[in-house]
Design a protein around this ligand. Structure first.
Ligand code: HEC
Length: 241
């Protein structure tokens, strides 16, 4: 089962794009597939099993693909070269101190049970994401959101649930956060204060979806390149162990 022909232009099916993001670099709910780090086995046979049978106890579903489709997918995944980036030179201990201290990343992110709830839990981000993805997340957090993939019919694995929402109440109070739930009558907003606000739309003058990440843009003035290296060293050490 390990022999297969590489299709001339391998392409992923739409559902794979949804879970693993554009160019399989991670996004939505699935990990980055371009790093050659395979939690569930890296041989072609192991990847074949992961794709066709899913991974029990995780969100990775079994897929009803034809055998030839699964091999085409494996060829596609294998064809993705790891993005070129310089090796991480930082100090993970210094990165951890920046994360929980000066840069206040932990105000929004949980690592191993410590931190806030506004952003994704980063406890295994080092296993799931490439260094170039991490750099982009820190320097240009709204990039994917702002590319305009928010169209609900366009499933690109964009973390819609992290779009910034601003509400203004009829008595003028303004709350910024992310919408945990929203329907025609109510909105549950997790605010920047890390509190859940249950609001009735009748009491609101405005609900604005900003189409940008709530994560601040960490420019070189806010975060020097050596601090970035320290953070990258820390983040890439987070593998959920
Ligand atoms: C005000 C809240 C906030 C702060 C402060 C914050 N983040 Fe974020 N972060 C978010 C949100 C929300 C997302 C998800 C949306 C996105 O990807 O931009 C996110 C996404 C990320 C991601 C991508 C995770 C993934 O798997 O896609 C990384 C990595 C990250 N943040 C690292 C950091 C680091 C490092 C810092 C500190 C220098 C930091 N964040 C500070 C809110 C925050």
């Amino acid at each position: 089962m390990t022999e297969f022909c590489m299709p001339s232009e391998p392409r992923p099916p739409a559902s794979a794009t949804y879970f693993h993001g554009l160019n399989a670099r991670g996004g939505g709910r699935g990990p980055d597939l371009t790093q050659g780090r395979w939690i569930h086995g890296s041989s072609n046979d192991a990847i074949f099993r992961t794709i066709s049978q899913g991974v029990p106890g995780t969100e990775m579903p079994a897929n009803p693909f034809e055998e030839s489709e699964v091999w085409a997918l494996i060829a596609y995944i294998r064809s993705l070269n790891a993005p070129v980036h310089s090796p991480v030179t930082g100090d993970p201990g210094a990165g951890e101190r920046l994360f929980f201290g000066k840069q206040k990343c932990a105000g929004c992110h949980m690592v191993k049970g410590r931190g806030g709830h506004l952003g994704p839990d980063l406890s295994r981000v080092g296993a799931a994401r490439s260094i170039s993805y991490l750099i982009e997340s820190i320097r240009e957090p709204s990039k994917e959101l702002s590319l305009g993939y928010l169209d609900p019919n366009n499933h690109y694995g964009i973390p819609l649930e992290y779009d910034t929402v601003i509400v203004v109440t009829r008595d003028g109070q303004r709350i910024t956060g992310i919408a945990k739930n929203e329907d025609a009558f109510t909105i549950q907003l997790l605010g920047e204060d890390d509190e859940l606000h249950l609001l009735s739309k009748r009491d609101l003058a405005e609900v604005r979806h900003e189409r940008r990440s709530l994560m601040p843009v960490y420019t070189a003035e806010m975060l020097s390149s050596s601090e970035l290296q320290d953070l990258l060293a820390y983040l890439s050490s987070l593998r959920g162990e």
